[in-house]
Design a protein around this ligand. Structure first.
Ligand code: 5AD
Ligand code: SF4
Length: 448
């Protein structure tokens, strides 16, 4: 490969969870600080970063077909080629295979190493193929450019802030402990500083992110040990920050103080994403979830006591190895008990290297399909019911974008429902509305 001139444009494609979205933004800021700019929509980019997800099946296959498409669509006939980097969790888990199988990939960079992209790009454009899947905890945050107004690429009113990374839970189906490493918390002062910069750049809502976000802990500005509730209370003191959310939590890291914060901190939105995965205690034990169906229900009851209108969301897996019909029925019973406002449900996908992948009793695809369909029907019934029960409520909507029709705006209610209305408004406004009519995915509203 001949040396390339310095790449001037980049495109970053993020797949999977919100933490990847956050990483993608930080990579964009890093490349921006190097003088690069985002490639125009539909145009060639000198550098393409595929920021991948490994949580469920066919992630790697998707990466290979994406690479093929990028190379095929490359429009320049000067003999050059785009610099392709594979980042994210597939890079961490399968970096060497990717390098061996796909000669078009110049860089493989893991989720804890992307702050070193500029040096990697320099080597790659001189013909080297570079892999960096080191996992130094917290190093990248100290090196990445700060999130000042100029560098922030997306001035959306709702911003993500990664406060915690990694997982020590080792659920038997999950790759995260292997791709994202051990649980670490970012320091309190750094997070308050980053939140201030996001707010200065226009954020009105911040969602605190972590694989186990409620395991976050640190020391506040007075040297006191604090949990996530302490961080939330500190951020709530920023005048121009209007809303705080957090995701994703684990039932076993839930503290009384965080539950209490839902009743006490106005800016903390009435929404909780708390995955349960299954309603069967035998399956939960085989998953190594270390909570029971009963303890989960009891936890939700405590949240509802603290904040009666709280919207509950969850994650489910159907067809875990050995799951019987009766055990699946227990999951449906869980849904009936909790009445989720929203939920994500998946067919079990064996992940190489995880204990569940080699367990006896792998479930046939048709059985999984049928179970998923039944579960999703129940979940959809409940999210529609939740939305319908909101009709007549007056609440604030954070305006996020224009709607399809002129004069129409789309935003989020405190319960994370999409609501649309017609008004004179601007992105980032908090508008007081009455909710008028409900569908399964959105609500119609009018300004009051
Ligand atoms: N198969 C199916 N779903 C999975 N999840 C995690 N690992 C797997 C897997 N191997 C789901 C869980 C988790 C969500 C992020 O993805 O429900 O909460
Ligand atoms: Fe995966 Fe379980 Fe950790 Fe969640 S808690 S990231 S499902 S191992």
């Amino acid at each position: 490969m001949k040396s390339l001139s310095e790449p001037k444009t980049y495109r970053i494609k993020s797949f999977g969870c919100q933490m990847n979205v956050y990483d993608g933004e930080r990579m964009a800021e890093l490349l921006g600080a190097q003088g690069m700019s985002a490639a125009p929509e539909g145009g060639d980019a000198d550098l393409v970063v595929l920021n991948t997800c490994h949580i469920r099946e066919k992630a790697a296959e998707k990466v290979y077909s994406d690479i093929g498409r990028i190379v095929k669509d490359w429009g320049r006939d000067d003999g050059s080629a785009p610099l392709i980097a594979v980042a994210g969790c597939v890079a961490q888990a399968e970096g060497e295979e990717i390098m061996a199988r796909s000669p078009d990939v110049r860089m493989v960079v893991g989720p804890q190493a992307y702050h070193r992209l500029p040096g990697m790009i320099e080597k790659a454009r001189h013909g080297e193929r570079v892999t960096d899947t080191d996992m130094p905890a917290n190093t990248k945050f100290g090196v990445l450019p700060d999130r000042s107004t100029g560098a922030r690429t997306r001035r959306a009113p709702s911003a993500f802030l990664t406060v915690q990374e990694g997982c020590d839970k080792f659920c038997t189906y999950c790759v995260v402990p292997y791709t994202r490493g051990a649980e670490i918390s970012r320091p309190f002062a750094d997070l308050v500083e980053e939140a201030k910069r996001l707010v200065d750049a226009g954020a009105r809502e911040i969602t605190l992110l972590g694989q186990n976000v409620n395991a976050w802990d640190g020391e506040d500005d007075k040297g006191r040990a604090v949990g996530l509730d302490g961080l939330i209370r500190a951020l709530a003191a920023l005048p121009d920050l209007k809303r705080i959310r957090y995701t994703t939590s684990h039932p076993n890291d839930m503290s009384d103080a965080l539950i209490a914060a839902h009743g006490e901190v106005d800016k903390l939105m009435p929404y909780l994403h708390l995955p349960v995965q299954s309603g069967s205690n035998r399956v939960l034990a085989a998953m190594n979830r270390s909570h029971s169906a009963e303890s989960y229900v009891e936890l939700i009851e405590r949240f509802r006591a603290a904040r009666p209108d709280i919207a509950i969301s969850g994650d489910f897996i159907v067809g875990f190895p050995g799951e019987t019909d009766a055990e699946f029925e227990d999951t449906l019973k869980m849904v009936d008990t909790i009445r989720y406002a929203a939920a994500f449900s998946f067919k079990y996908s064996p992940r190489p290297g995880t204990p569940a992948a080699t367990m006896d009793g792998q479930i046939a695809k048709e059985v999984m399909d049928e179970r998923l369909q039944r579960l999703q029907a129940a979940l959809q019934r409940d999210s529609l019911a939740f939305n319908q029960a909101s009709v007549g409520r007056t609440c604030e909507v954070l305006v996020e974008r224009k709607g399809r029709k002129p004069g129409q705006w789309l935003g989020k209610t405190p319960w994370l429902q999409s609501a649309w209305f017609e008004a004179e408004a601007a992105i980032g406004d908090l508008v007081q509305v009455e909710l008028l009519a409900a569908g399964p995915n959105s609500l119609e509203a009018r300004v009051v």
